[in-house]
Design a protein around this ligand. Structure first.
Ligand code: SF4
Length: 351
C-alpha cells in the first residue's frame, strides 16, 4: 500500500526530466564541463541577490578576474569595487582571502575535497555541496532556503524549518533522496524553487511534482513551510553630509571591522530620530546643515536606514580617515552600497 505521507520514490527522476526540458540559461551554466571557479562565484553572489541582478555582476567579474590566479593577485579595494552594489561585502572579502589561500595551497584551483573546501573562508555547507556536486560530480546535497521550502511541502514537514529539528528532518530526507546526478538535481531544485514552488502562491498547476506533493494533496501548500517569526529590523535615521569643495566631496572610510567594513561613505550620523541624526551630523562636521536634497530607504537584513542627505556649510574635517575626492577618483573606490546611490546623485551636482 502506498504511504499517504510520502511522495513516490522515483520523484527525483521526474524532477530531472523536467529540468532537462526547462533549465534556465544562466551564464555560469554555460561551461562544459562546469568550471568550479564559476560555480563558486555565482553561488556566493546568489546568496543574497536575485538571479537576474547577479548576471551582469557575474559577467563583469569574470572579465576582470578570469581566473582564481587573477583574483588572488588583485588588491582588496579592487575586489570590493567590483562587488559594489551586491551588498554584504564580507562575501567579497572572503572570496578574495579564499582565492589567496587557493593560490598558495592548491595551485590556484578549488579543492575537490569537502573538508578542504569547507576550511576556506566564506564557504559553508551549502556552497561546498553546490561546488562538489555541480563542478566535481560528487553526490552531495546543497540545502538552501529553496530546498527547505520544496521538501517541506513535498513531504509535508510540519516542523519549523528555521529550527534544528525541522532542518535535520529535511537534511535526512535530502540525503535519502539524492540521485546520482546530484549536481543537476540540486540545480533542478533551485529552478523549481525559483520559478514554480515559489514562497507565496506556489504554481502547483505547472509543477512536475504535483502528483507527488503531500502538502498540495492536502491543500497545505500555502501554509508550509512553517518558520518562526523573525525579529523586525531595527529602523534608524541616517543623516549624510554633502560637503563639496572645489569639485571634490568629503568621504569617510569605515572601520576595518563590522558592517560595511573598509568601505567609503559620506560623513554620516545615525540616530533613532531624524532630528537627532541631523544634530549628530552637525556635531561631527562642526557645521550647519541646509535643506535635505536627497532621501532614500535602504533595507539591510537586520536594519533599515532612512537616509537623508544635507549640504553642510563651514565644515571642519573631523579626525580619522576623511578625504576629499573628485568624481573621477571616487568612481574607483569601494563605496558602501547606499552611499554609492548618493554618490551618483552628487555627481550631477558636482559636474
Ligand atoms: S505541488 Fe506545489 S507545493 Fe508541491 S512542490 Fe509543486 S509547486 Fe511546490
Amino acid at each position: 500500500m502506498m504511504d499517504e505521507k510520502k511522495p513516490a520514490r522515483d520523484w527525483p527522476e521526474k524532477l530531472l526530466t523536467w529540468f532537462d526540458g526547462h533549465k534556465r540559461d544562466l551564464p555560469w551554466r554555460e561551461d562544459k564541463p562546469r568550471n568550479p571557479y564559476h560555480v563558486w562565484i555565482s553561488e556566493i553572489m546568489l546568496q543574497q541577490t536575485r538571479t537576474e541582478a547577479v548576471k551582469p555582476y557575474f559577467n563583469s567579474w569574470m572579465e576582470r578576474f578570469p581566473t582564481i590566479h587573477d583574483l588572488a593577485e588583485a588588491e582588496e579595494a579592487e575586489v570590493l569595487h567590483q562587488w559594489q552594489g551586491l551588498g554584504y561585502y564580507s562575501r567579497a572579502r572572503n572570496i578574495h582571502k579564499a582565492a589567496r589561500e587557493m593560490e598558495e595551497t592548491y595551485g590556484s584551483r578549488l579543492p575537490d575535497d569537502k573538508a578542504a573546501i569547507l576550511a576556506l573562508p566564506g564557504i559553508g555547507n551549502y556552497t561546498a555541496g553546490a561546488i562538489l556536486s555541480m563542478a566535481y560530480g560528487k553526490k552531495e546535497g546543497a540545502i538552501d532556503g529553496n530546498v527547505l521550502r520544496v521538501y517541506a511541502r513535498l513531504y509535508q514537514v510540519e516542523e519549523d524549518i528555521l529550527k534544528s529539528r525541522g532542518r535535520k528532518e529535511i537534511e535526512s530526507l535530502v540525503e535519502a533522496t539524492l540521485p546520482d546526478r546530484a549536481g543537476d538535481f540540486n540545480e533542478a531544485l533551485m529552478d523549481l524553487g525559483a520559478d514554480v514552488c515559489i514562497p507565496k502562491n506556489p504554481r502547483c498547476s505547472l509543477c512536475p511534482l504535483a502528483g507527488e506533493c503531500v502538502a498540495f494533496r492536502n491543500g497545505k501548500e500555502k501554509e508550509l513551510p512553517r518558520r518562526s517569526a523573525k525579529k523586525p529590523p531595527k529602523e534608524e535615521a541616517a543623516a549624510c553630509g554633502l560637503c563639496i569643495r572645489e569639485g571634490r566631496v568629503l568621504l569617510h572610510k569605515r572601520p576595518s571591522k563590522g558592517m560595511l567594513a573598509s568601505m567609503w561613505e559620506f560623513p554620516m550620523a545615525l540616530a533613532e530620530k531624524e532630528e537627532d541624526a541631523k544634530k549628530g551630523l552637525e556635531q561631527l562636521l562642526s557645521g550647519t546643515t541646509e535643506d535635505c536634497l536627497w532621501t532614500y530607504k535602504h533595507v539591510f537584513t537586520h536594519r533599515i536606514w532612512h537616509m537623508k542627505a544635507y549640504p553642510v556649510k563651514e565644515v571642519a574635517v573631523p579626525e580619522g580617515e576623511y578625504r576629499w575626492f573628485s568624481p573621477e577618483e571616487y568612481r574607483e573606490i569601494p563605496l558602501a552600497g547606499p552611499h554609492a546611490r548618493l554618490a551618483a546623485f552628487v555627481e550631477k551636482m558636482v559636474d
